[in-house]
Design a protein around this ligand. Sequence first.
Ligand code: HEM
Length: 461
Amino acid sequence: MNAPVSSKTFVPDAKDLHLPTYAELKHVPGLKPHPIPILRTIKFLKDPLAGVTTNVKNFGHVYRVNNFGGWNIGLIGADANELVLFNKDGNFSSELGWNPILGRVFPRGLMMMDGDHHRADRKTLGVAFKPEPMRIYMTALNEGIVRGIAKWAATPEFKFYPAIKQLTLDLAAASFLGIPWGPEADQINQAFVDMVAASVGIVRVPIPGTAMARGVKGRKFMCSFFAREIPKRRGATGDDIFTQVCNARNDAGTLLDDQEIIDHMNFLMMAAHDTLTSSLTSMVYYLGKNPEWQDRLRTEIMAVRASAGPELPYDRLGELEQVEWAFKEALRLLPPVPSVPRRALRAFEFGGFKIPAGTHVGVNPMYTHRMAEYWEEPETFDPSRFSHNRSKGRHKYAWVPFGGGAHMCLGLHFAYMQAKAFFYVLLSEYRIVLPEGYVCDFNMFPIPKPKDGLPVRIERL
Ligand code: HEM
């Protein structure tokens, strides 16, 4: 006899899910059909924060939109974040939420998995993020950061965004792939940049000349690079994430197969790259705008540097408490993943509205992070709001730049580590200076990025 299937573990098959029509979502307040939906998308992309703010003002915390063609329900606030991200009842699929966006170029990555398969692979990959391998990646990060920042100092006025993007790519070549800086790393970087650009491009099919066509070509290149390297890495003791993943075993003692390694590696690199580039950029901007915070962090860093020397040791990461607050505050104001998509596997209720199975839903860290009910003076850069005392009593899902629940960012400690290692070197040797009166205009979507690349000057102390 078959064991009874509890409603919690039963996961409907995607093919059985129907996409709710406008009529089926009409009871939810929101936008009406538009004769040319792409115009709505273009308007939304120009200023997504303003778009969400208007929707919340007009419709409340549960609303219907069709910014990207299909109908979608926006769920706003910390309770909505908890419902969807913690996903206590297993009502929401990450795979079906992310696949339409990332599935073409980054198929079968962790975010495009649900249930037992996701749990098992996440546990296997987790081996690469344990303290011992992390300690080793930190050595590679430190070396690269010192070298990269020294190069910037030769032309102290530059655009920060492209510079940190390049440095993050170079650091990934060493710490993710274990390959030295040079022509091979450059080729890999280019293929990878094309893949990332494709995943966020508006055209979703690989028509020649489009970002998607370049992304598909980039994926081919990356897949053959990994396929060639896997046999060399199996059984090797490597100091990089790729070698760790090649040798990671699941609970049954089995290694991931080649295709699984390729898919996870492509996805891991994507998940790390733009998010780190964006968050380090926003933190540099806010520190440039708030020199008093720059000084506070520098004082904290110098106290460690006095005994630790020019590179931050792994064991002393915990001492950079205020650097961590500042990074968190930059992530609050400009979260690299501004909204998180899911698809409802079953009907559910939120805020008094019944939402049918099959609906695409989205929660919104970008908006929640600026809601006055959770944040005092939400527009002000104030890292001390993350101090122990001031964090007490705050809703656990009011700050969710790394998501939450089963899909919470696997690389968040890596992100803190890279951010701390980077600011340790930058702030102890240089002052970040922005042009007089400068205010940066950020594109918020799909990932926050300064429209003008963020002009900065770094002055030697
Ligand atoms: C500031 C930097 C970062 C931010 C803001 C960030 C944000 C996020 C968010 C919001 C999610 C969850 C998405 C969802 O629930 O749908 C996520 C997942 C993930 N992130 Fe990050 N991330 C960052 C850096 C990194 C790094 C450095 C790595 C790898 C070294 C990484 C690897 C991953 C992976 C593998 C997942 C999927 C986890 C799963 O589905 O189980 N991320 N990240």
